[in-house]
Design a protein around this ligand. Structure first.
Ligand SMILES: C[S@@+](CC[C@H](N)C(=O)[O-])C[C@H]1O[C@@H](n2cnc3c(N)ncnc32)[C@H](O)[C@@H]1O
Length: 259
């Protein structure tokens, strides 16, 4: 069966919504604390969480924003987010089933946007960034967090290969330089970047995406045959667990005179 890219994303995430709410990689992290601090400082009227997944960004933003809109391609994800928000008494979170490439909001209708671990799935990354910029009021903060590609080509190829085998909706983990250039083209000004290293436990990493057995075998084979430099860079462990870099980018929507 031939499916659109967005349908592949929906299939991958729709069946695993609950796993993303409970995932420790997604539900905790210094980046979530940093996002909450920025939101506490800005106190936006309306904040946007793009590619909300299990809703962890939205739950944190909701403590400091008057209202939060949590956007995702997967309606199953959004149902779980709405239920979890109700259980946590967060009545100011609204969910919206939409694609980042076509956000159903007016220009300049949010005062903060956040996007965590979603951009590497977007069919058209640059269109998504332009939409994020369009719906933000000029000068408003935008925080992007994602797994970042290493600058060394051999490491980059290994990362993209295992990511795609694990999850057919993976498009690309971009490098810091690619992020900086694309954000500038989309009308953002980057103020600060912070890299962190996180460990991916192999079994929960493939379990969360219900990776096919044949693909798990291929991932393990790539890991076992990896050159020493690659294995060392990713800290590949005997059971397939490994470590990757994430990048937190703090940017703002350019004002007219900054464009
Ligand atoms: C790994 S999860 C996000 C995790 C979540 N933001 C967090 O911090 O825990 C990625 C999410 O991005 C969503 N997504 C992927 N492509 C999208 C797109 N083009 N538009 C909107 N959502 C998208 C997926 O449906 C999925 O729920």
């Amino acid at each position: 069966m031939i499916r659109s890219h967005d349908a592949v994303v929906e299939t991958q995430f729709g069946s695993q919504a609950a796993a993303y709410v409970s995932s420790s990689v997604h539900s905790s992290g210094e980046d979530l604390d940093a996002l909450a601090q920025i939101c506490a400082r800005v106190r936006p009227d309306r904040a946007l969480d793009i590619g909300t997944g299990g809703g962890h960004v939205a739950y944190r933003l909701a403590q400091h924003a008057r209202s939060v809109v949590a956007v995702d391609l997967s309606s199953a994800m959004l149902e779980v987010v709405a239920k979890t928000a109700r259980e946590r008494g967060l009545s100011n979170i609204e969910t919206m089933n939409a694609s980042v490439e076509r956000l159903p909001f007016d220009d300049a209708s949010f005062e903060l946007a956040a996007c965590r671990y979603s951009a590497h799935h977007w069919r058209d990354w640059e269109a998504g960034l332009r939409e994020a910029r369009r719906v933000l009021k000029p000068g408003s903060p935008a925080i992007f967090v994602d797994v970042v590609s290493p600058a060394v080509p051999a490491f980059d190829t290994h990362l993209q290969a295992v990511e795609l085998l694990r999850d057919p909706s993976h498009v690309r983990n971009y490098s810091e330089a690619e992020w900086a250039a694309a954000l500038s083209r989309a009308g953002f000004r980057v103020h600060r970047c912070e890299k962190r290293r996180i460990r991916m436990d192999y079994e929960s990493w493939v379990g969360r995406m219900q990776t096919l057995e044949a693909h798990r075998t291929a991932i393990r084979s790539l890991q076992q045959l990896a050159a020493a430099q690659t294995a060392t860079y990713f800290g590949i462990e005997a059971d397939g667990s490994f470590s990757i870099d994430t990048l937190q980018i703090e940017a703002s929507a350019c004002r007219a005179h900054e464009l």
